[in-house]
Design a protein around this ligand. Structure first.
Ligand SMILES: NC(=O)c1ccc[n+]([C@@H]2O[C@H](COP(=O)([O-])OP(=O)(O)OC[C@H]3O[C@@H](n4cnc5c(N)ncnc54)[C@H](O)[C@@H]3O)[C@@H](O)[C@H]2O)c1
Length: 309
């Protein structure tokens, strides 16, 4: 049996928590005892405008249910604003245990019509924003020997979606950031995961049939998020979540082949492509050097050399 998951005495920052998924996560954390920084710039879906109304309303909801919360209206892509937010959390509550990187915008256009300024803006909010928040929390999490960080990716980044080159690239970058922070954070008990949600929010409202939208409420995803930031959280997991479905996305490398010297030709790669891509025996690799080591050992073996690595 799993003990009730609680966040008493934990301090959480949830970005983009004025509406949609972030709001559901902030309320879910607060309902289980966390003190919550409700961050939101209060922008439109494309990142335009700014307002403190939505964040203030979520703080009021948390206080009304007897919880503790503060609003912070920084733009996550502004490093100084994020530093100020983390400093305010430290001043008020003395620690930062949980960082939920959720703030996001869309500027969809086909790549042919995409302005690079819209590409950069989306990368700024999702990737640089998430890195800013994790970076400002990092020294406190290391000092506490406790941290739980979640990045919010998307099926668009993992699998692709028409018209979302900027968003898909930024969302796939969450996985790269998670992989490295997972490795660097492990010795200080910092666990890092990625949520890949799909929900009916203002971001997706005109894409979903009404019956599907009713099933895809943001609150159906929050239990998965709460587990990913809990005491017994896993680390380096990409968790797909929506409408009560939860599934893991994994990255595998196939066993592959080894071609040496005169045999190492493009024609040999073409001829053996079915073997290169054969899923039999495929594995998840622990880190980048696991791949380097695998290839060097393969080459040594093919040449009858002994390699001590
Ligand atoms: N809704 C989905 O189906 C879906 C699917 C995959 C991924 N996501 C991701 O989930 C996250 C939440 O999305 P949502 O659907 O709840 O969207 P939403 O538009 O309802 O909420 C996003 C919130 O982020 C805030 N925000 C935007 N830019 C900000 C910035 N620079 N600084 C601070 N706050 C900012 C907005 O004001 C808004 O309140 C996003 O990262 C989104 O990309 C959503």
């Amino acid at each position: 049996m799993v003990a009730e998951i609680r966040f008493d005495d934990r301090v959480a920052i949830v970005t983009g928590a004025g509406t949609g998924l972030g709001r559901a996560h902030a309320l879910g954390l607060a309902a289980r005892g966390a003190k919550v920084v409700v961050n939101d710039l209060g922008v439109g879906r494309d990142g335009s405008g700014a307002s403190s109304e939505a964040a203030d309303a979520v703080v009021a909801e948390i206080k009304a249910m007897g919880g503790e919360a503060m609003a912070h209206g920084c733009d996550v892509s502004d490093e100084d604003g994020v530093k100020d937010m983390v400093a305010q959390a430290m001043d008020a509550w003395g620690r930062v245990d949980i960082a939920v990187n959720n703030a996001g915008i869309l500027r969809d256009k086909t790549f042919a019509k995409m302005e690079m300024s819209d590409f950069r803006k989306v990368v700024d909010v999702h990737l640089i924003g998430s890195a800013n928040v994790a970076h400002a929390c990092w020294p406190h999490m290391r000092a506490q020997k406790y941290g739980r960080v979640v990045f919010t990716a998307s099926a668009s980044g993992i699998y692709g979606n028409f018209g979302q080159s900027n968003y898909g690239a930024a969302k796939a970058a969450m996985i790269g950031l998670m992989n490295v922070l997972h490795i660097e954070g492990a010795r200080d008990n910092i666990r890092v995961n990625t949520l890949a949600p799909t929900a009916a929010t203002r971001m997706t409202e005109e894409l979903l049939p009404a019956e599907a939208a009713a099933l895809l409420a943001p609150e159906t995803i929050t239990p998965g998020l709460l587990y990913l930031v809990s005491e017994d959280a896993p680390s380096r997991v990409i968790l797909g979540a929506g409408a009560g479905s939860f599934a893991q996305t994994r990255i595998y490398e196939t066993t592959g082949i080894t071609l040496q010297d005169a045999d190492n030709t493009p024609e040999a790669v073409a001829a053996q492509f079915a073997r290169i891509t054969d899923a039999e025996g495929q594995q998840e690799l622990a880190d980048a050097f696991s791949q380097t080591k695998k290839y060097a050992l393969n080459a040594a073996q093919a040449r009858g050399l002994k390699l001590d690595w």
